[in-house]
Design a protein around this ligand. Structure first.
Ligand code: MG
Length: 384
């Protein structure tokens, strides 16, 4: 029986994690969860899982909820998340937070000897080196929930690490995969949010449209599987049936395929090395699909993918600048304050102007994040 602390319970991954937990009450017990602003989710989840610990975004909501549920211990904000992941009772943390806020709770959870099922990719993008060191030190498990990394993780089972030559991350290409570079100038938020293959949260859907998400996944793969950047490729595959591949030294390509059901990677991250039934899961009918297509990424059209490789190779605080600038820029785009191509413009400016530190400490990473956000917000105010 795994006792689970779920961070980000009301989002897309969080909701599907609850679905997995609900279908396997003999394997998993929810003992605590967090939500940000969606307080209605607290009522819904507590009705089904009467847990003792809940963290919410704001102190005001915490106070209101305490009156309604005197038997529950509520916390709030970043400190509340740290309290949650330190709970003695839990042994697994599912981190489904969005953005940089996910890093501190991950590190804190590891220090409290929790295993991590990780959906929060920014954790590894910004703090990959520190997360890896910490995992080594505390000897905990970290399993990936991101579908591409889950696919690679599944392909790696039974393969000697020294026999793996290459990781190949597939990409749907995002909402604008068929647009020319000059057509990207005037795309709207609504167009950007309509992903061709599936429904996800707003931030990650925009990151998919710019291919920033794929860039983050390259960095994530580097830290998860200890593979250098020259041996991680991105391949456009519009059907999203192959979730990623590995190439072995004898030229074999091993792929993990299936329908795009995020519950599989979530469940595998928790059940590994075992596999459980995926309740209501659908097998992908390959005879109905007929053909799978693959193409190279056009980095001229989507330069942020190359930028991510560059930042990943530079290490230091480069990825912290990249991530913070991206979070602020994507937020501004979603609010209709800037155009789509301004996202990359703001990121490039931040990377040019914020001081690069090759030997950045964890404290430097946190400082870089704060500083970069302020810098990009200033650019936004000044009309850059
Ligand atoms: Mg992914």
């Amino acid at each position: 029986m795994k006792k689970i602390i779920l961070l980000g319970a009301s989002g897309s991954i969080g909701t599907q994690t609850l679905d997995v937990i609900g279908h396997h009450p003999d394997h998993y017990e929810l003992i605590a969860f967090s939500v940000g602003k969606r307080i209605e989710a607290v009522h819904k989840i507590l009705a089904k899982w009467p847990v003792k610990y809940v963290c919410v975004g704001s102190y005001e909501d915490q106070k209101l909820l305490e009156k309604q549920y005197p038997q529950v211990h509520f916390t709030s904000g970043d400190e509340g998340l740290l309290e949650l992941v330190s709970l003695e009772e839990g042994d697994w943390v599912v981190n489904a937070l969005v953005g940089f806020v996910g890093l501190r709770p991950t590190l804190c959870a590891i220090e409290h000897h929790k295993n991590i099922a990780l959906a929060n990719k920014e954790t590894l993008v910004v703090g990959g080196r520190f997360v890896r060191e910490s995992i080594e030190k505390y000897q905990v498990q970290l399993t990936p929930i991101d579908s591409e990394h889950s696919a690679i993780f599944q392909c790696l089972q039974g393969v000697r690490r020294s026999d793996v030559d290459r990781l190949i991350i597939t990409a749907s290409g995002g909402s604008f995969r068929d647009k020319k570079r000059d057509e990207l100038a005037n795309v709207t938020v609504k167009e950007a949010l309509s992903h061709p293959n599936w429904q996800m949260g707003a931030k990650i859907t925009i990151d998919s449209a710019t291919l920033m998400n794929k860039g983050f996944e390259v960095i994530e793969a580097h830290y998860l599987f200890d593979m250098d950047y020259d041996h991680i490729d991105v391949l456009i595959h519009r059907e999203s049936i192959i979730h990623s591949l590995i190439q072995t030294r004898d030229t074999a390509l091993l792929a993990q395929m299936g329908t795009a059901d995020m519950r599989l990677p979530i469940q595998y991250a928790l059940s590994y090395p075992n596999r459980d039934e995926l309740v209501n899961g659908e097998v992908c009918d390959l005879s109905a699909i007929h053909a799978l297509h693959f193409e190279k990424v056009d980095v001229e059209r989507f330069p942020l993918l190359k930028t991510a490789y560059d930042c990943g190779r530079k290490e230091g605080n480069a990825c912290a600048v990249l991530n913070a600038a991206n979070e602020v820029a994507v937020g501004a785009f979603l609010e209709g304050r800037i155009a789509f191509l301004d996202i990359e413009k703001l990121i490039m400016k931040a990377l040019e102007n914020i001081e690069y530190k090759s030997d950045a400490s964890l404290e430097d990473i946190y400082k870089t994040d704060t500083y970069t956000r302020a810098y990009v917000n200033d650019l936004l105010k000044g009309g850059f």
